[in-house]
Ligand binder design. Structure first.
Ligand SMILES: [Fe+2]
Ligand SMILES: [Fe+2]
Length: 167
């Protein structure tokens, strides 16, 4: 399916997330060009990464990634394993992430409408060392969670450990 058809379909399917998804798609495309990744796959994964978010009350921050990967396959008929994995792991990352997975993880955090402390630094780092960008992002998420006494997510911790050991 071409990207314009996917956009149309997403707008109907999940209008709440549409604008953020398009911005993430554009950022993912830029990162793909910068790092020499597959541009079309980056666009599709960026566009659909949050297709499963805010659909129902139960789809919280972590589960929407899994639900999104399912929708991408079942509803949007994307059967490319790399794209589906990039959607599946965009919130927590995982050990041994592919370049496409890294691009979607980071594009989501730095798309132009994102406003939070440290985002400018993250934007610069993203185009300089994408692993560092993921490390910075995960560390701030983990800090946020600790300060609020929320449950630490084990997958995020594993990703962080893996990336730091690779440095
Ligand atoms: Fe998300
Ligand atoms: Fe997102």
């Amino acid at each position: 399916m071409d990207i314009n058809e996917l956009k149309k379909k997403l707008k109907n399917f999940n209008p709440k997330m549409y604008d953020h998804c398009v911005r993430t798609m554009e950022e993912a495309e830029k990162l793909a060009v910068h790092y020499g990744a597959d541009r079309e796959k980056a666009k599709i994964a960026g566009l659909l990464h949050d297709c499963g978010k805010k659909m129902t009350k139960g789809s919280d921050n972590l589960t929407h990634s899994r639900i999104g990967a399912n929708f991408a396959e079942e509803v949007f008929k994307v059967h490319d394993e790399e794209i589906l994995n990039a959607i599946m792991y965009h919130t927590t990352g995982r050990e041994n992430m592919s370049l496409l997975e890294k691009i979607i993880f980071v594009a989501d955090k730095i798309e132009p409408a994102r406003k939070y402390e440290g985002v400018e630094r993250l934007r610069k780092t993203a185009y300089y060392d994408i692993d560092d960008a993921i490390i910075i992002s995960l560390e701030s998420t983990i800090e946020y969670v600790k300060v609020r006494n929320l449950d630490l997510d084990n997958d995020s911790l594993k990703t962080l450990k893996f990336l730091k050991e690779g440095k």
